[in-house]
Write a protein that binds this ligand. Sequence first.
Ligand code: NAP
Length: 479
Amino acid sequence: MGDALISLAYLASSILFIMCLRGLSSPEQGRRGVFLGELGMFIAVIATVAKKEIISYEWIVAGLLLGSTIGTAISLKIPMTKMPERIAFSHAFGGLATALVGVTEYHKLRGLFSVATEASVHAEHGINRLSMGALGFEVFLGSLTFTGSIMAFGKLQGFITGAPVTWKGQNAMNIGAFFGTIALLVYQVIFPETAPTWMFMVMCASGLALGVLAVLPIGGADMPVVISLLNSYAGLAACATGFALKSNILIISGALDGSSGLLLSMMMSKAMNRSFANVVFGAFGTAGGTAAPTTGGAARSFNEATVEDAGAVLQASQSVIVVPGYGMAVSQAQHAVRDLAAALEKRGTEVKYAIHPVAGRMPGHMNVLLAESNVPYDSLYDLDMINDDFARTDAVLVVGANDVVNPGAKTDTSSPIYGMPVFNVEQARSVIVLKRSMNTGFSGAENELFFLPNTMMVLGDAKKTILALVSEVKGGGGH
Ligand code: NAP
């Protein structure tokens, strides 16, 4: 393929990547967005492997086959609730690949290959300041993304404690290591040809160490934000690779990835009413799902209700708002929820869905699940759109949500989620909460909603309870 054609293919890919991001910003266009992104990547890969600089294809084909097989197998097997872990795992290898490319390019430009390979014989030697800066940045961020993402994966998966691991002077140590590495990079940029090679390797080792050290003090509850931030680092590392390899497509796609990851992390922090600094240095949260604290050692009383009681309330309601949360994803209750809504609508009940920006474990988690069960998009309402409606609603059905319906976030200054915008569910005439126990949600905060007089707790797996509720509602009479 000629250079002009390759540049044209890269331009098409870049446009498709931008259209992909545009599509991903709305549930209706999401699938189309993913398809456009895949098409852009396909064109970019074809254009890259068609470059005349490529000497042999054996390793490329072997890598492509191995990577695609592992990637497809993991994606087919992984449940939706494990998506953040899967994304962290992919980022880890993206970061590793970027760092390895950087190390190889550094050796090539400095003429350091110990064995004369075909690539080293053809290589132009000599490293300028721009290439040194780009390579240093790439290797440092790539290494940090690799170990940081493995740590995030481990914390979510539970083989590393989800609780923040902190010690005295930790932040000072991490900040010192960071600036020490930057000083090494600055020296190498000033003296690119003469700086000792060990400096480059120390920078790489420092990136690997900082990935571990920076994620250790962050609680499991904040891992999705960390993963999104590491995604941004991986994008910036790819962008730096683009400068080092003089590849426009890497510069553009890396910049898009870096900026969208950063924006997503900021939006997630905002939806939890937390600052970035608080997420990164705040040592917030637990691994989630702890038993709720008791008052003075005695268990607090609450209204435990049966499916029949809840069914009767729903049958008597003219307006119902469903609030889905992480528990709906765990029990895979989305199809049953849609059937319940259909049964209620058949009786003339108005049904709306309230979607919190951080319900579940990743942005858009609830939208994806409900779209999967064909719930119409126009029944889904954002926090701002629906929060005033709760006071005028007969019944709220909370399906495995906890933190996003915790009124303590508005009033209890000691709550770990104080200030996070939450749904005003307690203002509805009746609240039906479906969960398995009285345990806390992800933040570890006790939820006052469960103890209010207008709240009914129907304990059990959400899917089983909703399937029983569908029979109740279908079996009951009219309003
Ligand atoms: P949550 O606070 O984690 O609570 C989920 C509840 O689901 C749990 O209390 C659990 O109670 C219940 N549950 C689990 N399995 C269930 C099952 N099979 N059937 C019924 N209930 C089940 O969830 P949330 O209200 O959706 O809030 C999300 C939390 O994640 C927030 O704290 C948010 O800040 C955090 N977070 C979200 C994102 C994001 O992007 N979405 C990112 C970072 C952090 P039982 O164990 O008693 O059943």
